[in-house]
Design a protein around this ligand. Structure first.
Ligand code: URA
Length: 361
């Protein structure tokens, strides 16, 4: 399972516990507990005080009038709300929106801590004094903290006004926006994900060579990777570095992408396809050399860019793999495995594979 998938599961477990929580008196009057929301890989993690009436009704943070102020401030700071994680120090609405009491803050504290640990954002943003004090201690003051570099558990903390304060004092809106703008500038924008497209007529052609492997374990299952944020399953593979052989590139790429060290057993096939690559404005004419491989160490820990690694049977692979080419390669791998017997038992197969697959390029 990929690291971000594991962290997303932790977040979901926290949310489930919050929904059932009866650790303090606030659960008695709540309509819905408000765990928080946002992507597990968010760079910014915003912390408010406690849900208000509309949040309590919706089960979501900052959806009422303070939420509107927050949304405007985020927009003016060019921060997309869907990219940030938003929660509160206290997950249930205090009666008549009074400030949370010390024992309520204490009861809810572990939930916030687990959420911060799961997301590990680049910056924690406290909105108002209650959130600031929950991270910096009861003596922390908002006016001294604003604009200063603070930290919680090794994560940078920036203090901003609470959006609800703007509802009482409109002059604070400019200050809240300025706070978020300065915070937004410190967080690198995620590069937009580039996708290849079908080849385009009239574009220059650039040849490319990659290598990869069908890694099969002793149970006769093949390892597939799922691309981050997509339902696309693929084989581990990647572009040859300068001076590398196909074999070296296949072993390196499998290790980098899956976390496994492998030995190559035999070549399987070469696959050729073309695509248009927008950043360079070229059609890439790609050839990929695939090998059958067996694990010899490490454990499955897909690198960022993949959410999950899964050992699959032949039929599962045929169902999951996105590209017809990959299905063809995996079918060959299962056939080859039948002819060479149980992987890992035969001696010398790796050396034989090296001899038979070394090729001049
Ligand atoms: N105020 C908060 O502190 N949190 C919310 O979710 C809404 C208003």
């Amino acid at each position: 399972m990929g690291a971000s998938r594991e962290r997303a599961i932790v977040l979901e477990e926290v949310a489930a516990k919050v929904r059932e929580c009866t650790l303090c008196r606030l659960h008695r009057n709540r309509t819905r507990a408000v765990a928080g929301e946002g992507p597990v890989d968010a760079d910014l993690f915003l912390i408010g005080e406690a849900p208000g009436r509309q949040e309590d009704a919706a089960g979501r943070p900052f959806v009422g009038s303070a939420g509107k102020v927050l949304n405007r401030a985020l927009t003016s700071a060019r921060i997309s709300r869907k990219d940030v994680f938003i929660t509160n120090v206290v997950k249930c609405r205090p009666p008549a929106n009074r400030a949370p009491k010390a024992d309520e803050l204490e009861a809810c504290r572990p939930y916030l801590r687990s959420q911060i640990e799961a997301v590990r954002p680049r910056v924690l943003v406290t909105l108002g004094s209650t959130a600031l004090r929950s991270l910096q201690g009861p003596g922390a003051g908002l006016s001294e903290a604003r604009g200063r570099d603070l930290a919680f558990d090794g994560i940078p903390v920036r203090a901003a006004y609470h959006p609800a304060a703007v509802l009482y004092n409109r002059r604070l809106e400019a200050a809240l926006r300025a706070d978020l703008r300065s915070i937004g500038r410190r967080v690198p924008k995620k590069p937009a994900r580039v996708h290849s497209t079908p080849p385009r007529a009239g574009k220059p052609v650039r040849p490319g060579r990659s290598a990869g492997a069908v890694v099969m374990n002793r149970e006769g299952r093949a390892l597939l990777l799922r691309k981050a944020g997509e339902a696309m399953w693929v084989l581990p593979k990647g572009t040859l570095e300068l001076g590398e052989t196909d074999e070296e590139a296949a072993v390196r790429e499998v290790h980098e992408e899956t976390g496994l060290r492998v030995k190559l057993l035999r070549p399987l096939t070469e696959v050729r396809y073309a695509f248009y690559w927008p950043p360079d404005g070229v059609n890439v004419d790609k050839t990929v050399a695939y090998f059958l491989a067996a694990p010899i160490g490490g454990r499955v820990r897909p690198e960022p860019g993949f959410d999950e690694g899964r050992w699959v049977s032949r039929s599962e692979a045929m169902r999951l793999l996105h590209w017809p080419n990959d299905r063809e390669v995996v079918a060959r791998a299962f056939d080859a495995r039948r002819t060479i017997g149980v992987i890992g038992k035969r001696r010398g197969s790796s050396r034989a594979a090296k001899r038979s697959t070394r090729r001049s390029r």
